[in-house]
Design a protein around this ligand. Structure first.
Ligand code: 13P
Length: 251
């Protein structure tokens, strides 16, 4: 397999600047020389604090969201230009908390994806079904729609800056992890969807992370699956003692 593993920490709405600096320093030290690709995504207010700590390390700097417009009268939003100004390299878009709590739809998410790519950022596009959608047998269809709509208008040449994160909503923050087999099946399906859009070699190359209650205890089993290329970690990303072992899982 030519794909490399990519382990990302989504810090969500946690930490003060001092706490963020402490975590970033611990991770920069512990992941030094690590063999995979890493990222941390702190809240907007913490980015400037974390940026100099991870600069020059093997940890990329991410943001958790951004506005769909470059600039203008958008009270409370943060623009791609402002993120780039802070040294942000990657933006997480379409997280289920954005989709379901803040009602972001596929059209809005797609607009953000295209804008981020236009400005040279890498995008982690999150997809995933609700529990009722899974129980109704719609997990694949939901992930397909979110993938197809999220990637609308993305040029093949930009696909190497897209990462997909499969995060079944029922597994986020609940302690319920999808079994490695269930997760792998959806990852394989998403890869097939990318193949239909961009051809088999692009499908083979695209990194698909799993997210949803990833912990040091289950990371290696998940990563061992053919189609799981990394993790987008929430709760366990808030401590170096839990994120570092996930990031350094034995492959
Ligand atoms: P948990 O790891 O806390 O389940 O969160 C997953 C997630 O939403 C990462 O984006």
């Amino acid at each position: 397999m030519s794909r490399s593993y990519y382990i990302a920490g989504n810090w969500k709405m946690h930490k003060t600047r001092a706490e963020a600096a402490e975590l970033a320093k611990a991770l920069a030290a512990r992941l030094k020389g690590g063999k995979h690709k890493y990222l941390v995504a702190p809240s907007f207010t913490l980015i400037e604090t974390v940026a100099p700590i991870v600069k020059g390390s093997n940890i990329r700097l991410g943001a958790q969201n951004m506005a769909a417009e470059e600039q203008g009268a958008h009270t409370g939003e943060v623009s791609v230009l402002q993120l780039k100004d802070l040294g942000v390299q990657t933006v997480i878009l379409g997280h289920s908390e954005r989709r379901h709590v803040y009602k972001e739809d596929d059209g809005l998410i797609n607009k953000k994806v295209l804008l981020a790519l236009k400005h040279g950022l890498e995008v982690i596009l999150c997809v995933g079904e609700l529990l009722e959608e899974r129980e109704a047998g719609k997990a694949e269809a939901v992930c397909e729609t979110q993938t197809v709509e999220g990637l609308k208008g993305v040029a093949p040449a930009d696909l190497d800056r897209i990462v997909i994160a499969y995060e079944p909503v029922w597994a986020i923050g609940t302690g319920k992890t999808a079994t490695p087999e269930d997760a792998d099946a959806i990852h394989a399906y998403i890869r097939k969807v990318v193949g239909k859009l961009y051809g088999p070699s692009e499908a083979d190359k695209i990194i698909i992370q799993y997210g949803g209650s990833v912990k040091p205890e289950n990371a290696a089993q998940l990563m061992a699956k053919e189609n799981i290329d990394g993790a987008l970690v929430g709760g366990a990303a808030l401590k170096a003692d839990s994120f570092a072992p996930i990031a350094q899982f034995d492959s």
